[in-house]
Design a protein around this ligand. Structure first.
Ligand SMILES: NC(=O)c1ccc[n+]([C@@H]2O[C@H](COP(=O)([O-])OP(=O)(O)OC[C@H]3O[C@@H](n4cnc5c(N)ncnc54)[C@H](OP(=O)(O)O)[C@@H]3O)[C@@H](O)[C@H]2O)c1
Length: 233
């Protein structure tokens, strides 16, 4: 917080605890924010895990739970405030890994990832980000809330922390810096060029066609199941 205040010169910077792997924490975070009575013009669903194994507190496959379901609950809890604050944007950081997902096995989302690399579950969770953003766009049409999903590029962030030395430093030399990796998220969150667009996928600050697997039908089914799972427990 001190670093952010110093670099921006803005004292109105607040920390709200959030564990996306625990839906009680997600709801508490949204409630804490709403209790402040602030408007909300931008929400960037950026947090994510890769090659992670296990279950969330409520028993969902960890990457699906953190990367999609936590953001699903957070966004929906804040949607009234976003709508009241319109124009407002919801940016969801996906990945080009979503192109490798062939669909969603909904039964598999209730057990830990079984794949050797952990990349299958990650790809599915990133496909869910694309589907979520598209379905949210359909549901918020005409409300002044617009939505964006994106691939940030291959970025030398902490996401590679589990790759062993010396492979990691060699691999990371060719990647985008973290500042460069934030460019497309910022473009979607702030650029006037996309103010009238909603539900699209972006890469390198430009629109890109998402996977053909990301159909409106699958997006509607994911939304319905996500809603059932998070409202009935
Ligand atoms: N790096 C890439 O090349 C790349 C490529 C494509 C897409 N992406 C996507 O970009 C986004 C950002 O990733 P990154 O590269 O910046 O990775 P990162 O450096 O590992 O950052 C991930 C962030 O997610 C947070 N997080 C993880 N689990 C969480 C949880 N349960 N609750 C709340 N926050 C949690 C982490 O918080 P803590 O530090 O507190 O754990 C961290 O701030 C992710 O959605 C990722 O899938 C990255």
């Amino acid at each position: 917080m001190a670093g952010l205040r110093a670099s921006t010169g803005n004292d109105a910077v607040f920390y709200l605890p959030l564990d996306l792997a625990d839906l009680d924490s997600v709801r508490a975070c949204a409630a804490d924010f709403l209790a402040r009575g602030e408007p909300l013009h931008g929400l960037v669903n950026n947090a994510g895990v890769v090659r992670a194994r296990g279950l969330t507190k409520q028993g969902f496959e960890l990457m699906f739970g953190v990367n999609h379901l936590g953001h699903f609950v957070l966004t929906n809890a804040l949607l009234g405030c976003l709508t009241a604050s319109a124009p407002a944007r919801v940016v969801t950081v996906s990945s080009d890994s979503h192109y490798s997902a062939q669909g969603i096995d909904f039964e598999a989302l209730r057990r830990p990832e079984r794949g050797i690399t952990g990349m299958h579950g990650y790809a599915v969770s990133k496909l869910c980000n694309v589907l979520f953003s598209a379905e949210l766009a359909r549901r918020t049409t005409g409300s002044g809330v617009t939505t964006y999903a994106l691939h940030p590029g291959v970025v030398a962030s902490d996401i590679w922390r589990r790759v062993p030395w010396p492979v990691r430093p060699l691999m990371m030399r060719r990647m985008l810096t973290v500042d460069q990796g934030a460019a497309t998220s910022l473009y979607c969150a702030t650029s006037p060029d996309v103010a009238q667009d909603s539900g699209k996928f972006y890469d390198k600050c430009a629109e890109r066609a998402p996977s053909p697997v990301a159909t409106p039908e699958l997006a509607a089914e994911l939304w319905k199941r996500s809603q059932e799972w998070t409202t009935t427990g």
